[in-house]
Design a protein around this ligand. Structure first.
Ligand code: PLP
Length: 407
């Protein structure tokens, strides 16, 4: 199905504005996507009509809010195809999901001398929690190297896997380069030696079909704001048997069954991991973001984004001084690049002067940038509401900027 992009754009009020006197071209979608009207209206409607704390109240508003909140859990279950709703835990985002696993699974199951494997492509949020855990436990962090295209070296991964490996935590799609990792292979190899696997789905969940049962991953984490939903909200999927074996994350209301001053017993999953009043409004609005994606169809979204990426790479490659960074065979719609002789930040500022929003810097992947001996890159990332005309304007601006240093 060909998507009606103009109609889709009409659902995103933020796109209809000028920046520095030029129509906004928003190409910072890997950092966060814009929100459709349905999400904005759901937020406002909740606070206008339904605001109430959930799960505990006997009154009508509490019941209404609870049911709508839990409907999102059900929508996320089918979005990820988990077996059970109880395996879906709401978090603050991908970062909190990983920290939750590091501090609970890690606390119980990682011992001195154990090994955790990540890859060179990881976002800081899939590096630092494991470093902290390893430091505390005396465990060892190992890193899968990559080739110059930005693809992990699977043979090297094979060598890193040992009977000491307890966890492999790997990004599905790289935020800095766009590389899609062969996670099916990683999961199956890790499982053969009895290690658990966490997939960082922050960048994949908006673009790729996710089926956690088919993947057989033990954990999958994502952020709502990267798929047209609100900020400060995410999802941790975990297999029931693993979640049940893990100790709670934070202590407080909701996560308990019974409290006395002598002893507390804990609630069932998912509530065991959802202490305190959650982000009710954003969870409720997230349902509308999921509906938005489902209505368009992920394969249609992906086809459109891929066509923009291919078109952009073709056009930009003709520009003298344009240097792509990350040329993996399989990519989501992320285009990292440099302009010969120019600092990425300066390029970003010049693009902003033309109304074009891109990200510059290390993209929270400093070790990956070090691998390429770079301080950072310029990153354009495409979403379903971007158009070929916008890519043309990017190309035109990059071409002008490149000419300053590349005669
Ligand atoms: N992992 C990847 C691959 C990301 O791209 C990001 C955000 O950019 C994160 C983790 C962290 O997500 P959040 O800041 O929403 O917790």
């Amino acid at each position: 199905m060909t998507l009606d992009i103009q109609n889709i754009r009409g659902q995103f009020p933020v796109l209809d504005q000028e920046v520095n006197g030029k129509p906004l071209i928003y190409l910072d979608n890997a950092a966060t996507t814009q929100k459709p009207k349905a999400v904005l209206e759901a937020l406002s409607s909740y606070y206008t009509h339904d605001n109430s704390n959930i799960h505990r109240g006997a009154h009508t508003l509490a019941d209404r809010a609870t049911r709508t909140y839990e409907k999102t859990r059900s929508a996320v279950r089918s979005f990820l195809n988990s077996k059970e709703e109880e395996e879906i835990i709401f978090t603050k985002g991908t970062t909190e999901g990983i920290n939750l696993v590091a501090s609970t699974f890690g606390r119980k199951f990682i011992k001195e001398g154990d090994e955790i494997i990540i890859s060179t492509l990881e976002h800081h949020s899939n590096i630092v929690p494991w470093q902290m855990l390893c430091e505390e436990k005396g465990a060892v962090l190992k890193v899968i190297p990559i080739n110059d295209k930005g693809e992990i070296l699977i043979d090297e991964f094979d060598k890193l896997l040992t009977e000491k490996t307890k966890l492999v935590s790997i990004v599905h799609a790289s935020n800095a380069l766009g590389t899609i990792n062969p996670i099916e292979e990683v999961i199956s190899k890790a499982h053969k030696i009895g290690a658990r696997v966490l997939i960082d789905g922050a960048q994949s969940s908006a673009h790729l079909e996710i089926d956690v049962q088919a993947l057989d991953c033990d954990f999958f984490v994502m952020s709502a704001h990267k798929i047209y939903g609100p900020t400060g909200l995410g999802v941790l999927y975990g297999k029931r048997e693993v979640l049940e074996a893990m100790p709670p994350y934070q202590g407080g209301g909701e996560m308990i069954k019974e409290v006395t001053f002598d002893k507390t017993t804990y609630n069932e999953i998912p509530f065991k991991f959802e202490a305190g009043t959650p982000n009710i409004a954003d969870v409720i609005a997230f349902q509308k973001a999921i509906e938005f994606v489902n209505d368009l169809g992920k394969s249609n979204i992906r086809a459109h984004e891929e066509s923009l990426l291919t078109y952009a790479v073709d056009k930009l490659s003709n520009i003298k001084g344009f240097i792509p960074v990350g040329t993996a065979d399989k990519k989501v719609s992320v285009l990292s690049f440099l302009i010969n002789g120019m600092h990425p930040f300066d390029v970003g500022m010049m693009l902003d002067a033309s109304g074009i929003a891109v990200r510059t810097g290390h993209h929270c992947t400093q070790p990956l940038m070090n691998r390429f001996d770079l301080e950072g890159t310029v990153r354009a990332s495409f979403s379903v509401y971007n158009t070929k005309e916008e890519v043309d304007r990017l190309v035109e601006s990059v071409s002008k900027i490149a000419k300053l240093k590349n005669k």
